[in-house]
Design a protein. Structure first.
Length: 270
């Protein structure tokens, strides 16, 4: 019994050490964001909101945030539609070449971003779209589609098809069944995929470096440029804001997953 308790303590200690190793750098960045120093220095001397004020009131940072939000919103919209339609098509229809659709849907996950960025740059340079929000949103859509597709496909695989068959047997056509039954049943998964697509776009830097142009870079590109030119604590403040956004969205994802499980249990109960 004592040996089992010791093994359990060692396991908890190892888990705590791994968690500290993974979370430690993030905690250091958050701590540095409250520094009063002109450069990143650990530990910071005094506590201040100075660099958050710089981030909030500097027009260059505000412009980068606005462009990231615009591109992220466009990419999320297109990725959610394309990924969801592809998931519905491969899961609920006898689509010819279904395996090919699946391969194309998840291919951006295995292709290095630098290859996508180089290919996108070559294409959009010919179309005179370097620096355009639409061009950048298209490439971010390509990066976001696999996440939407995989999440929605997984949800469809767990959804009982009998509820759709019941709707069809009661006179609803295929499109009305999808609209009134399939989509509501998998709405939490669709929203979850959209949140992941937005996070991928909002934090993506490699493709944005190639396609955002010289004017009004996205927020990750502005952070990258600031680190290359001068290591200012404002970068730590920006990173902390991005960390908070990611944590909030991940908590929302967890809430949506619980919502979907409860909805499925309620349907099966009736």
């Amino acid at each position: 019994m004592g040996e089992t308790a010791n093994i359990r303590r060692i396991r908890y200690l190892l888990i705590a050490l791994v968690a500290l190793y993974l979370i430690g750098p993030t905690l250091v960045v958050i701590w540095l964001s409250f520094s009063t120093d002109e450069v990143l220095r650990f530990p910071p001397h005094l506590f201040s909101w100075r660099w958050y004020e710089v981030f909030l009131f500097d027009e260059r940072w505000n412009e980068a945030v606005r462009r990231s939000l615009l591109v992220g919103s466009l990419a999320t919209f297109f990725a959610t539609i394309i990924g969801s339609v592809a998931a519905f098509g491969t899961a609920r229809t006898r689509l010819p070449g279904k395996q090919i659709v699946e391969i194309f849907a998840i291919a951006p996950l295995v292709v290095p971003p630098i290859i996508l960025a180089t290919g996108g740059y070559s294409l959009f340079a010919k179309l005179d779209m370097i620096g355009s929000n639409i061009g950048l949103a298209i490439m971010h859509t390509v990066l976001g589609v696999p996440y939407v597709y995989l999440i929605v496909s997984s949800a469809l695989a767990r959804t009982d098809p009998s509820i759709e068959l019941a709707a069809l047997s009661l006179g609803a056509n295929r499109w009305r069944t999808i609209r009134d039954v399939t989509v509501p049943a998998n709405l939490p998964a669709i929203i979850t995929g959209a949140l992941f697509a937005f996070l991928i776009s909002f934090d993506e830097v490699v493709v944005a470096v190639f396609l955002s142009g010289s004017l009004a870079p996205t927020l990750p590109v502005r952070v990258f440029s600031s680190l290359s030119l001068a290591v200012s604590p404002v970068v730590a403040a920006v990173s902390t804001v991005q960390i908070i956004i990611a944590i909030v969205l991940m908590c929302l994802v967890g809430f949506l997953q619980r919502w979907q499980r409860r909805w499925a249990e309620a349907v099966l109960a009736h």
